[in-house]
Ligand binder design. Structure first.
Ligand code: M6R
Length: 606
């Protein structure tokens, strides 16, 4: 959801704020806005526009006054449509205080009614505007102390928020706060940064500070103060960012998504390093695994599909029952969970609100939490008993690709670890599967070398109205992932089915020329035969079948050949052509590949 950036320092603020917004635009792109402080006493300079950041940038050509401190926002609309007026920053009635916000203020209506009764005049339909009026009054009560005002206001808010505020009378200061929504501090030399994630300031500094729940941060060019809502000063929790600016740039690829598809071999290799012969105690020491009797995987979207594959591996290798739950549904059905339950939240961003809330529910009922996450310092790993980080590097495209590949790898590593702890896996098996895992990066490279014909083939289906994906065993979650990718990128109807379910209804969708992608790597002879029959069935009804397999599939119309690997590891290879199909279809249909309509990378509202 919305991207937030703040800069205060020795340099002009406009360039780092715009650069930060450009890097954070993946989080939301309905509108964008900037507020800059000028000299003390002069009014704030504010510009905001509906639409993508480019719309705002066009207006800046008319000149921007020099400023050394400012905040910027890129919005994914929740309350109020994507208009100039609803765009952030929002101002108080004096026009001296500017505020940007990510998240949802749940009690904004009651706050607004009370503020209007006090004479505040509202301009927008947003939940955010209540906060700026509240903050304005609180600042006056606290004799101009914006940080004290922010603490008071946060205590009055319900919901989730990252907030950044500036005031024209105190031009070097930016005050921020967070609850259930991300905010990190970038520590520079004579300059400091605040942002939704480190990519916003990665070209300026690699030093970052984590902020915890309900913490308020007050920055000037030379000072950073972090407090809790009671005003107690907290020690900074500093970490070094392990990747550099080029990782967050397109590097010659036409889109971030394509770059990220091609980064998968490295992402997988990085996630495997040092872990193939088991997870060491520095990762698992916070867990007591011997007595667990059930695993619950909670995740959303693509991460959920990785969880489904994880279920197959954990049940087989660790002999434990596994439930995979949509995080958004989990806590609301009040599931049974206790201290013998191991909960595994999977999240690229580590900030997905549905996943975070489901995880908190499980934790409050005694479960142990072992998260899989790609983002250092984010909320989900911070609140977990243990975390297995994936090393996909920054994933900028909204559609998840390399993060999915590494989430699969993480699930295999956890399944093997659980099986080892439970004494179920022989050294021979561990050696064999270790070899197979080690070969995955090279095999993904091979797939990438052979997908070129698929790009041309995909364009032939550009005008199709629907595409179906079939698979069995771990090929089924892979089919679901292929369908999700196509929906979000090509805006095309797509569904994934287990091959065996076809004749229970979905086969009625097949018509002359319907494209069907059959995920059918071998590994289990019985299932290979059954998938071959499913291919015959849909072909007999007019479907055009693209098979993804490591052997010939005579009945298929087209074959995409992938290398052979262990049956359970196949999704890592077979998903790559599905990503390419979705990418190519989006390009062919003229869609925005990296920022598909209505979506945002990090979903920090429920
Ligand atoms: O950051 P997370 O992994 O928690 O995000 C979960 C989903 O929102 C995400 O995987 C989403 O489904 C992707 N855009 C799909 O490509």
């Amino acid at each position: 959801m919305c991207g937030i950036v703040g800069y205060t320092g020795k340099n002009s603020a406009l360039a780092p704020v715009l650069e930060g917004l450009r890097r954070l635009e993946y989080r939301g792109y309905d509108s964008a806005g900037i507020a800059l402080t000028l000299e003390a006493g002069l009014p704030l300079w504010v510009e905001k526009r509906a639409g993508k950041l480019g719309n705002l940038e066009e207006t800046l050509d008319q000149g921007v006054p020099t400023s050394h401190s400012g905040i910027g926002h890129t919005r994914w609309a929740t309350h109020g449509g994507p208009t100039d007026t609803n765009a952030h920053p929002h101002l108080d009635n004096d026009g001296k205080l500017a505020l940007i916000h990510n998240g949802i203020i749940e009690n904004y209506v009651e706050l607004r009614l009370a503020l209007e009764a006090k004479g505040h005049h509202f301009k927008s339909e947003t939940d955010t505007e209540s906060v700026v009026h509240l903050l304005s009054d609180a600042r006056k009560e606290h004799g101009g102390d914006l940080a004290a005002a922010m603490r008071q206001v946060c205590a009055q808010l319900r919901g989730s928020f990252t907030l950044l505020a500036i005031h024209s009378d105190d031009p070097e200061r930016i005050v921020g706060a967070r609850r259930n929504s991300p905010l990190v501090v970038g520590v520079g030399d004579g300059e400091n940064f605040l942002a939704s994630d480190v990519s916003a300031f990665i070209s300026h500094t690699k030093r970052a500070l984590e902020l915890g729940q309900d913490e308020v941060v007050d920055i000037t060019p030379t000072k950073i103060t972090i407090t809790d809502l009671a005003g107690n000063t907290l020690p900074p929790n500093e970490y070094e960012i392990s990747w550099d600016a080029s990782a967050a740039e397109r590097g010659g690829f036409s889109h971030f998504m394509l770059k990220e598809i091609y980064e998968q071999p490295k992402a997988i290799a990085d996630t495997l390093i040092g872990r193939m012969s088991g997870l060491d105690s520095s990762i698992t020491s916070g867990l007591e695994l011997v007595n667990i009797n059930k695993v619950v995987i909670i995740a959303c979207g693509t991460a959920y599909h990785a969880g489904l594959v994880g279920k197959y591996a954990i049940e087989k290798w660790a002999g434990l029952p596994v439930e995979v739950e949509f995080a958004s549904e989990y806590r609301y059905r009040e599931p049974y969970v206790d201290a013998a339950t191991l909960v595994i939240p999977i999240s690229q961003s580590g900030e997905t609100m549905d996943t975070l809330m489901a995880m908190r529910y499980a934790k409050s009922h005694g479960a142990q939490v072992f998260s899989v996450c790609n983002t250092n310092g984010s909320t989900i790993p911070r609140e977990s008993d243990a975390v297995l980080y994936t090393f996909a590097g920054p994933e900028i495209a909204v559609a998840s690709t390399k993060a999915f590949a590494t989430q699969l790898v993480a699930m295999y590593l956890i399944a093997l670890h659980l099986g080892t702890v439970r004494g179920l896996l022989s050294p021979e098996f561990l050696a064999q599967i270790g070899d197979e895992l080690a070969e995955l990066p090279g095999k993904v490279e091979q797939v990438l070398e052979t997908v070129e014909p698929l790009r041309e083939l995909t364009r032939k289906f550009k005008d199709s109205t629907s595409m179906l994906f079939l698979g069995r065993h771990v090929g089924f979650p892979t089919a679901l992932e292929g369908a999700l990718k196509l929906k979000e990128l090509a805006y095309m109807h797509a569904e994934g089915f287990p091959g065996g379910e076809l004749k229970h209804g979905p086969i009625a969708l097949i018509d002359e020329g319907t494209p069907v992608v059959a995920v059918m790597p071998t590994g289990n002879a019985l299932l290979t035969e059954k998938m071959a029959s499913n291919v015959q069935e849909v072909k007999a009804r007019g479907a055009v079948v693209i098979a993804i397999s490591d052997v010939d599939v005579p009945a298929a119309t087209h074959l995409i050949r992938i290398p052979t690997t262990h049956e359970f590891l196949q999704p890592v290879l077979s998903v790559v052509p599905l990503q390419v199909i979705a990418y190519e279809m989006a390009v062919a249909r003229g869609n925005d590949v990296d920022q598909p309509r209505n979506l945002a990378k990090s979903v920090t509202v429920e």
